[in-house]
Design a protein around this ligand. Sequence first.
Ligand SMILES: [Fe+2]
Ligand SMILES: [Fe+2]
Length: 262
Amino acid sequence: MVVPYHGSGTSGPLGRFVRDAMSHAWSPGEVARLALRNRPDTAPPSELAWLLASGSTYAEQVGLDVAAGLVPGCPDADMKLVLATAVADEAKHSAVFHAYARAVGGSVEEPGDAVEELSRDLWSLDDHTARFIAHTLAEGFAADEFHWFERGLAADGLGEIYRLVRRDESRHVALGMSYLTRGPGADRLRRLPGSLLLASEQIVLRHTDVEALGSLVHRLVPEADAARVAEWFRVRHETRMRVLTNVRGDGHEPLRRRKPTI
Ligand SMILES: [Fe+2]
Ligand SMILES: [Fe+2]
């Protein structure tokens, strides 16, 4: 049974994150307008910026959909708090990318099949904890991508938007990892069959091409070597997985067979 939230997390790390979320409010339309007005370049934003903003519009909607879908089945008040802040943020993220893409290109590019497939795969995880883990791992990759987009899309004004969005995504990942490594969240992670933890990870990796990300980052930030950036993404993901498997500390058979490759 879910207990109403009346401050159980406010004094710990969760409370700190939630206060940060509440104090960091911004308006999507206003942010998109200012980002375009204040950009350092006089040339029109690139087509790539329009395409990335369009893609992010839909990717953020997948995040919103999954986070919102997890709220009703939350097994405890802390997890509900974690997800509620994410739902509010993802709606804002999708709106700001939509506003930017519309302002730059007059419309938003149609979503590709990959978005629908990602959504379908995430929803295919019936277990609440497993889907929460997949959501958190996917957000980890998103936050890492945005680290480079912030730098590589500064001239288009889109970098400033990714900077703000990344701040939220980093908080979502920290909140998710904090939940999964403490108290009832850690208990749930320990009880989760190893095969389901692996299935959660595999779904995220199926939709993450780190080599393609490395190439994209190199295109945006020419001094960044594509292969090294791809490795950076791998290492960051492996670190998150290590934190989760360390909490379990059980050496489940599927986890022993797990190969740390993408
Ligand atoms: Fe987001
Ligand atoms: Fe997020």
